[in-house]
Design a protein around this ligand. Structure first.
Ligand SMILES: Cc1cc2nc3c(=O)[nH]c(=O)nc-3n(C[C@H](O)[C@H](O)[C@H](O)COP(=O)(O)OP(=O)(O)OC[C@H]3O[C@@H](n4cnc5c(N)ncnc54)[C@H](O)[C@@H]3O)c2cc1C
Length: 522
């Protein structure tokens, strides 16, 4: 096989397939190359309001009508009941102190709702189904697709890239004007071009172990969480984070009866637990956290355990004259807070805009360097945030306050975009916002190094001062005692922070599917 394309996308996870579809919609010839074969398990499953908004925006802008329903729970389940997903109403954090027995009490809970009701809730993407669907959509739209291909050589010849490899049947030679690497961390181009690594400053080295399970019970069945009143959403319909010194465990339930679960841990804890051993290590993890042990009492791993000895990664280069890494190939910090999808989708949106506006202009090289800088800046900002959270896994009040910096930044960005003001929040975590970005970096550094109760209490005050001018979600309200519902009243009273009137917020709430009765009560 020997063929020429405008664009070759290597890697057919959701990131690669989306970019391939968009490039095709822009009239370019595209080939999508995959090492494996769909359907296949992939990790990275929990979406967020910002990632679903970005997916929706991409679907609207580039005419991907069949993708749009996948940006919300109800429209997904209605239009594609055959594709499994999970209901994600929020982020549940449960802190487990050393030797703690019994249900997790209110002062060790942080519940941040992401949606007011199931209809417009987020989802956990069951990637075997989701990614296979996207590849089929790409093919239907005219993207050439080759799977089980092992690319071995990459060379630049003038204006062209040449890639050689083998598929199951034959030798493959692809030439393309531009290559997008969507193969994940330490992926194809990183190795083929010897791009080198840079440090994720502020982040510790961490490792991961995970699988998919059947037979996992819900916390509301096992009584693992003590609820003193009606929580903002059912605690299990969420990305559930179990936190403890040195690491954390995620639990995500899918509607097909399966559950994704795994641990991310500092190298110190990973070694202590001997994560490389797989299943026995998982048993040791459960034995440390009685609430989890009860939940997984009758569970069975239905996939071999996957061990990732080094989760963190940052490529030293992100784009060249005729190639670019998607953010997911340029780097990764940690699964904590589900930052992978929004970073990937922001990158897809930026590359799509470059293809749309600058494909045949002299500005292409310049725009690609802008893309590289934006990608790198967002990864490093994510590392600062996650590094500060890891430093406080044993100090739940500080952990909760630091995580509110994340929730403040993303809910502000989401609201600004929904109100047609994306320029207010052009970067992930508002990291290059002249006020929030600098203040946030400063308090994160303090959170990483704070080592006394006095430091902690001053830090909490400072974090609340940083958040307040950007808080559109009631995060600064101490009477909520770490349970934050999605409340239309919070958005309305924060309208001035986005520079709009209450009427515009009202109109936005109705458009976004808030219950009319909830709005009329305000
Ligand atoms: C343990 C863990 C948990 C995570 N959890 C979350 C989460 O809950 N939420 C979140 O937002 N993010 C999460 N992430 C990050 C998330 O996985 C990524 O952001 C996301 O998968 C990126 O999608 P992608 O399609 O760009 O790449 P990938 O999903 O990495 O897909 C890469 C594709 O490229 C193919 N490929 C690889 N090498 C080659 C090659 N040489 N040639 C051809 N094809 C190749 C692979 O087979 C695969 O199909 C997690 C990451 C990890 C490691």
């Amino acid at each position: 096989m020997k063929e020429h394309f405008d664009i070759a996308v290597v890697g057919s996870g959701f990131g690669g397939s989306l970019l391939a579809m968009i490039a095709r919609q822009l009239g370019l010839s595209v080939i999508l190359l995959e090492r494996g074969r769909h359907p296949r398990m992939a990790i990275g499953e929990s979406s967020t309001p910002l990632s679903n908004l970005l997916l929706d925006e991409l679907a609207n802008r580039y005419g991907l009508a069949n993708i749009r329903p996948l940006s919300k729970w109800k429209s997904w389940r209605t239009s594609h009941p055959e594709l499994a997903c999970g209901l994600k109403r929020g982020f549940t954090f449960l802190h487990h102190g050393p030797g703690h027995m019994g249900p997790v009490q209110r002062d060790n809970q942080l519940l941040v709702a992401a949606s007011p009701h199931n209809g417009i809730a987020d989802t956990h993407w069951y990637r075997a189904d989701f990614d296979a669907y996207l590849v089929n959509e790409a093919r239907r739209m005219g993207v050439a697709y080759l799977d089980q291909v092992d690319l071995s050589r990459f060379s630049e010849a003038g204006q062209e890239i040449r890639m050689h490899g083998r598929s199951t049947e034959s030798e493959v030679e692809i030439t393309a004007r531009f290559v997008v690497d969507a193969t994940g961390p330490r992926g194809f181009l990183h190795r083929a071009l010897g791009l080198g690594e840079r440090e994720l400053q502020g982040m510790l080295a961490t490792a991961g172990l995970y699988s998919h399970f059947s037979g996992v019970r819900r916390l509301d069945e096992t009584g693992g969480v003590a609820l003193d009143s009606e929580p903002p959403y059912p605690v299990d319909d969420a990305a559930v984070h179990h936190l403890f010194q040195g690491g954390w465990v995620w639990v995500l339930h899918f509607c097909n009866g399966l559950t994704s679960a795994g641990i991310a841990a500092t190298n110190l804890l990973a070694e202590e637990l001997q994560l490389a051993e797989g299943k026995p290590a998982w048993t040791r993890v459960l034995q440390r956290i009685p609430v989890l042990e009860e939940q997984f009492r009758d569970a069975n791993a239905i996939q071999p355990f996957q061990h990732i000895p080094r989760l963190g990664f940052c490529s030293a280069e992100v784009a060249g004259m005729n190639w670019a890494l998607l953010p997911s190939a340029a780097g990764f910090v940690d699964p904590l807070l589900s930052t992978g999808f929004p970073l990937t989708l922001l990158g897809v949106a930026r590359l799509a805009e470059i293809l749309e506006r600058d494909w045949n202009t002299e500005r292409l090289a310049f725009r690609l360097q802008e893309y590289a800088q934006a990608t790198e800046g967002e990864l490093l900002a994510t590392a600062r945030l996650i590094g500060a959270l890891y430093a406080n896994l044993g100090n739940f009040p500080v952990f909760s306050a630091v995580s509110l910096l994340y929730f403040a930044a993303v809910s502000y960005a989401e609201t600004a975009r929904r109100l047609g003001q994306p320029q207010l929040a052009p970067s992930f975590l508002l990291h290059d916002h002249p006020r929030f970005g600098a203040d946030c970096a400063r308090v994160l550094e303090r959170a990483r190094t704070a080592d006394s109760d006095r430091d902690s209490s001053m830090l909490l005050d400072e974090i609340h001062r940083v958040i307040e001018p950007f808080d559109v979600a009631g995060l600064s309200d101490p009477t909520r005692r770490n349970w934050y519902p999605v409340d239309a009243g919070d958005l309305l009273s924060a309208a001035h922070k986005i520079g709009v009137g209450r009427d515009e917020v009202m109109e936005m709430l109705e458009r976004c599917g808030f219950n009319a009765s909830a709005i009329s009560q305000i």
